[in-house]
Design a binder for this molecule. Structure first.
Ligand SMILES: [Zn+2]
Length: 339
């Protein structure tokens, strides 16, 4: 079910996939044949994750770029630039992994557990394209570090717990990534390659251009057993297709991942145009989303015993609860809770 476009635009439409072909890439807003689903005109520049498949090499993955999402998440906090960059990269990794979830209600959480570093907590999560995240750090310790600290300086003896939670199929899976190496991308890549034994490439980048942050990431995995394959691949690590894809994907530059003027389709084409076939899947829009709301906060506080709730009451007679993700503050009347 593919159709060449009548006016020479570069896509062939195959269900919700686009097969990239030679030529400048733009999102076509026409429907070449009436029985094919209409592609929505999605901007493939920022705040979007895109599936990538290179079928002849058994490789697939995600590419993502974040801009306004990162700005709006960071705007709730006053972090120093080192922390802003780290959180921008962590949110990008969250988007890459979260957009792999099959269930629309699936949630992905990254949480760093640390010991003796400048950061004592980092949490990001993804639900249905919505991202949020925050960092708790020791400003004094951070001030003693260089401008480009290692993961060990930032986190001490740290681990990153990655939790995939799919409520419909009741699947919950957690992996633990040691926070070692130069960057979050490097740590994630060695985790997938070693623990999951899936040959993987992870690249993350974040850069402030003027007043705005731009972050981007590429995740590619070698899955010879096809789309559903989570099979352990230790006997196939020497598969010749993978080193080839890893070299091409690994050549991506940080400034390409973060460049807001470079569509993600164009970047994928730039990296893999020599392959027999390279596809991008329907774009997944990313946005900032916090799930704190007054009713939920009230229901959590109501579960505490009465004497503990008593201790929470401030001088103004209200219980104040702050959301660490978005810095929203909720004031709850204690009387509302007693039933
Ligand atoms: Zn919130």
């Amino acid at each position: 079910m593919s159709a060449a476009s009548p006016d020479g635009t570069p896509f062939e439409f195959v269900q919700d996939q686009r097969r990239l072909a030679r030529g400048p890439v733009a999102v076509a807003a026409f429907n070449p044949q009436p029985y094919l689903p209409l592609m929505p005109p999605v901007e493939l520049f920022t705040d979007v994750a895109l599936g990538v498949a290179i079928p002849s090499r058994n490789a697939r993955g995600r590419i993502a770029r974040l801009a306004g999402v990162v700005d709006s998440i960071l705007a709730s906090h006053q972090y120093p630039p080192v922390i802003e960059k780290l959180l921008a990269e962590a949110l990008t990794l969250t988007a890459l992994l979260g957009s792999l979830l099959k269930e629309s209600q699936g949630q992905l959480t990254l949480q760093a557990q640390t010991e003796g570093g400048a950061i004592d907590l980092l949490v990001c999560d993804y639900l249905g394209g919505e991202l949020r995240g925050y960092v708790r750090h020791d400003a004094e310790k951070l001030g003693e570090l260089s401008d480009a600290p290692t993961l060990q300086e930032l986190f001490g003896k740290g681990y990153l717990a990655i939790t995939f939670d799919q409520p419909v199929s009741d699947e919950r899976y957690q992996g633990i990534v040691p926070l070692e190496g130069k960057s979050l991308g490097e740590a994630a890549q060695s985790y997938f390659s070693q623990s999951e034994q899936i040959p993987s490439l992870v690249r993350l980048a974040a850069e402030k251009r003027g007043e705005h942050w731009f972050a981007g990431g590429l995740l590619l995995q070698h899955l010879p057993e096809g789309e559903e394959g989570r099979e352990r691949l230790h006997t196939r690590l020497d598969h010749p297709d993978w080193p080839h894809i890893a070299i091409l994907g690994g050549s991506v530059k940080a400034e390409e991942l973060t460049d807001p003027a470079l569509p993600l389709d164009d970047l994928i084409w730039r990296l893999f145009h020599e392959e027999d076939e390279v596809r991008t899947l329907a774009a997944i829009p990313l946005s900032r989303g916090c799930r704190c709301d007054p009713d939920y906060v009230r229901s959590v506080i109501a579960r505490f015993p009465a004497d503990e709730r008593e201790e929470m009451v401030g001088e103004d007679g209200m219980i104040r609860v702050d959301c660490a993700f978005c810095s929203s503050s909720f004031a709850i009347e204690p009387k509302e809770l007693s039933s």
